[in-house]
Ligand binder design. Structure first.
Ligand SMILES: Cc1cc2nc3c(=O)[nH]c(=O)nc-3n(C[C@H](O)[C@H](O)[C@H](O)COP(=O)(O)OP(=O)(O)OC[C@H]3O[C@@H](n4cnc5c(N)ncnc54)[C@H](O)[C@@H]3O)c2cc1C
Length: 413
C-alpha cells in the first residue's frame, strides 16, 4: 500500500488497443532501455515494429542502489535482463545511438548502422554537466565514484566507506536542482550512516549542498537525529556551499575557499539530459528536453517523444515510476497518432521511497495531469509526516521493497 490510493493499479492497467490497420506496420525506435524506454517499447510492440536501442545487455537500476550500499540487498538484485522485453516482440539493438536526423527520420548507431523511424522515443536518462563543478571530471570516477547515472558503480561507494580509517570523514557533495530523484542523495547519506554506525561508529559525514533546502528535509533531519545523533553535518549555501571546488588528488572539497579534508567522497554532479538528446536537437538552454504534457512529444522536433529523466514536463519529479508512466503516455499518444488506438487521457504517477534506517522508510507520491499552461501539474500529493509511528515507517519499508519488485517486473518482465 502506498500513500495514495490505487497508484500502481491505475498506472499499469493494460491499454486496450484497436486492431492494427492492414498495412505495413509503423517503425518505432526507442533509445534507452530504462523504465521510461522499456515500458514504451513493450506497450507498442504488438502494433508496431519496435526497436529498442540499448548498449547494455543488463539494466542495473539506480533506484534501490542506496539500499545495496547500506547492505540491505545484494548489488546483484539491481540487475535486470531484457528477455521479458524481447518476449513482447521488441527487437533489441545492443548498440549506443550516436546521432538522430529528425529531417530524414533516422537514427545512427555506433558502427554506422542506420535505423529509419516513423516515430522516435528518447529515453536515455541523464548526463553529468562535466564543466559545472570546478575540479571534478568524469575521469575522477575511480577515485570519487558518483554512481548517479545508470551504469555507474554504487558498489565502489560501499567499498570506500568500509575502507575508511576509524573516525574518518565521508563527504557527499549534493547536486543543485533540477536533478534525478531529489531525495536520493539524502537517502544515500542515511544508508552510509547506517554502515558507519555498524562498522565505524566514531566516523562523521559531511554534506556539502548548494541548495538552501532539499527534498523531505524535515523527515531526514528527524531520522538522522534519532538514528545517527551527532554523526551528520550539512553545509548549505549560507556556509558557502554554492561555491565549491573538488580536489580529487588531495581528497579535499574546497568550500568557499576553505579546504575540507575528507577520507572518501561521493560527488553527485549537476545534471542535464543525456547526450543523444542534445544530438537530436530536443534540448533547450536549460539542458533538458521540453515536451508537451499530453503525450511527451518534443516541443522542438516533430515525431520525437522524450520520456523519463531527460524530459522537462512541469511538476513531476525525475523518478523511475514517473519515467514508466511517461513511457506509457508516450506509447498511447504515438499509437493514437498512428491511428492504431483510441485517444487516452494522460495521467502520470510518481513514487519516491527513502530509507532512513533499517525498517524506517518515508515516501512521497504524486499524480499529475496536464495543466492550463500545457505542463504537468500535481493533482494529488502525499508525503510522510514527522513524528510518525514506527509501524507506519516499517510498513513504508515493506511497501518500498514491494514497489521495487512490482515496477521492475512491469518494466522488464
Ligand atoms: C541513488 C538513486 C536512488 C533512486 N531512488 C528512486 C526511487 O526510490 N524511486 C524512483 O522512482 N526513482 C528513484 N531514482 C531515480 C531513477 O533511477 C530514475 O528516475 C530512472 O532511472 C529514470 O529512468 P529513465 O528511463 O529516464 O533513465 P535510465 O534509467 O537512466 O535509463 C536510461 C537508459 O538509456 C541508455 N542510454 C543512454 N544513452 C544511450 C544512447 N546514446 N544509446 C542507447 N542507449 C542509451 C542507458 O544505458 C540506460 O539503460 C533513484 C536514482 C538514484 C540515482
Amino acid at each position: 500500500m502506498g500513500l495514495l490510493p490505487a497508484a500502481g493499479a491505475a498506472l499499469f492497467a493494460p491499454a486496450v488497443f484497436a486492431p492494427a490497420l492492414a498495412q505495413a506496420r509503423p517503425k518505432v525506435v526507442v533509445i534507452g532501455g530504462g523504465p521510461g524506454g522499456a515500458i514504451a517499447a513493450r506497450r507498442m510492440a504488438s502494433l508496431c515494429d519496435v526497436t529498442l536501442v540499448e548498449p547494455n545487455p543488463v539494466y542495473r537500476s539506480c533506484f534501490f542502489s542506496n539500499l545495496a550500499i547500506g547492505g540491505f540487498l545484494p548489488f546483484e538484485a539491481l540487475a535486470h535482463g531484457y528477455e521479458g522485453v524481447r518476449a513482447t516482440g521488441v527487437t533489441l539493438a545492443p548498440l549506443r545511438a550516436l546521432g538522430v536526423d529528425p529531417a530524414a527520420r533516422t537514427v545512427t548507431l555506433e558502427g554506422g548502422v542506420t535505423l529509419p523511424y516513423d516515430r522516435l522515443v528518447l529515453a536515455p536518462g541523464i548526463a553529468y554537466r562535466d564543466e559545472a563543478l570546478p575540479g571534478w571530471s568524469p575521469a575522477d570516477e575511480a577515485v570519487i565514484p558518483s554512481a548517479y547515472v545508470t551504469g555507474g558503480d554504487p558498489r565502489a561507494i560501499r567499498d570506500q566507506v568500509l575502507a575508511m580509517p576509524e573516525g574518518g570523514t565521508w563527504c557527499l557533495v549534493a547536486p543543485p536542482d533540477p536533478s534525478r530523484c531529489p531525495p536520493a542523495p539524502y537517502e544515500r547519506v542515511s544508508m552510509v550512516a547506517h554502515l558507519l554506525k555498524t562498522h565505524n561508529p566514531s566516523a562523521k559525514i559531511l554534506i556539502v549542498d548548494p541548495k538552501p533546502r532539499y527534498a523531505s528535509q524535515a523527515l531526514f533531519e528527524e531520522g538522522w537525529q534519532a538514528h545517527y545523533t551527532g554523526m551528520i553535518d550539512r553545509l548549505g549555501p549560507d556556509f558557502g556551499a554554492d561555491n565549491i571546488e573538488i580536489r580529487p588528488g588531495e581528497m579535499q572539497v574546497i568550500v568557499d575557499g576553505a579546504p575540507e579534508d575528507v577520507d572518501a567522497c561521493n560527488v553527485i554532479p549537476p545534471q542535464r539530459a543525456a547526450d543523444i538528446c542534445v544530438a537530436a536537437g530536443v534540448t533547450d538552454d536549460t539542458g533538458w528536453a521540453p515536451v508537451e504534457a499530453t503525450g511527451m512529444a518534443s516541443t522542438l522536433q516533430p515525431d520525437i517523444h522524450v520520456v523519463g529523466d531527460a524530459a522537462s514536463t512541469g511538476a513531476i519529479p525525475k523518478a523511475a515510476s514517473a519515467a514508466a508512466s511517461e513511457g506509457e503516455a508516450a506509447a498511447a499518444a504515438i499509437l493514437h497518432a498512428l491511428d492504431l488506438a483510441p485517444e487516452r487521457a494522460a495521467l502520470y504517477r510518481s513514487a519516491c521511497w527513502s530509507s532512513i534506517a533499517a525498517q524506517d522508510a518515508v515516501a512521497e507520491e504524486g499524480a499529475y495531469a496536464p495543466g492550463p499552461d500545457g505542463r504537468l501539474a500535481a493533482v494529488e500529493h502525499a508525503i510522510s509526516q514527522t513524528g510518525e509511528d514506527p509501524r507506519t515507517r516499517r510498513a513504508n519499508w515493506d511497501d518500498a521493497f514491494a514497489w521495487y519488485a512490482d515496477l521492475t517486473a512491469e518494466v522488464f518482465g
